[in-house]
Design a protein around this ligand. Structure first.
Ligand SMILES: O=C[C@H](O)COP(=O)(O)O
Length: 233
């Protein structure tokens, strides 16, 4: 399982990479679930990480925009992709079928992030799995006050998402206020990617990233053999 750490600047990016993050995700945690950094900031962080950590996968987000804002989202995707990230993460809210079609044809390497506060929208997932676009799919939550994804979405539903995405040949990622204490359940679910921000800080997700928490999470996610799936809450 790869640990994705969301960071907002060069210092945090180096801190996360030094601490063993497998994937560094550039995002402004103060600007929403998938808050976008400026293009200048993304380019600056990418340049530093590419020099210091060649080969480390990098993603960046395009902001919290409604699925209807297709033109603006595509414009932002092109801007972010031009910063030399490996993946552009785009939040897709229910009703985002047309957005998925546009992203599939946009020429950039996009990872759709299905917003799953109310569960995983099955028709949106089916839509995202059509065709050959997208190397990975993730789920995340928009309401960061609502608790961990693992307590908001039934575990069998998350398992089903991972199985469906993986059987399509893509990587499956989970995120959404995941906590340090979620590590055993994450090991049991075994997504390809587990994404974190809030758990890497002390207190609010917009507080500073703490490398010790990245290391501790890395240790917990790797600890032991695959754990048994806990009973659904
Ligand atoms: O992509 C992962 C997100 O940044 C997760 O943020 P969060 O752990 O605060 O929900």
């Amino acid at each position: 399982m790869q640990l994705l750490a969301s960071v907002r600047d060069v210092d945090e990016a180096l801190c996360a990479a030094d601490a063993g993050a497998d994937l560094v995700d550039l995002k402004d945690p103060a600007a929403g679930a998938l808050g976008a950094l400026t293009i200048e900031r993304i380019a600056q962080v990418v340049a530093v990480l590419r020099a210091r950590y060649p080969g480390l996968p990098l993603s960046a987000t395009t902001g919290d925009l409604p699925a209807s804002a297709i033109e603006e989202i595509l414009r932002r995707v092109q801007g972010v992709a031009a910063c030399d990230v490996d993946y552009v993460k785009v939040g897709v809210w229910p009703g985002g079928g047309a957005l998925l079609d546009a992203l599939a044809d946009c020429g950039a390497t996009v990872v759709p992030v299905l917003v799953a506060d109310a569960g995983i929208n099955a028709s949106l997932l089916d839509h995202a799995l059509r065709g050959r676009a997208f190397p990975a799919l993730m789920v995340d939550t928009a309401d960061k006050g609502g608790g961990s994804l693992l307590r908001r979405v039934p575990l069998p539903e998350l398992s089903g998402f991972i199985a469906a995405v993986r059987s399509s040949g893509r990587l499956a990622g989970l995120a959404g206020s995941l906590r340090m204490e979620d590590a055993p359940a994450l090991r049991a679910l075994a997504p390809d990617i587990a994404g974190f921000r809030g758990a890497l800080t002390h207190g609010e997700r917009a507080a500073a990233l703490d490398g010790r928490r990245v290391r501790e999470l890395r240790r917990r996610l790797a600890a032991g053999a695959r754990a048994p799936l806990p009973a659904a809450a």
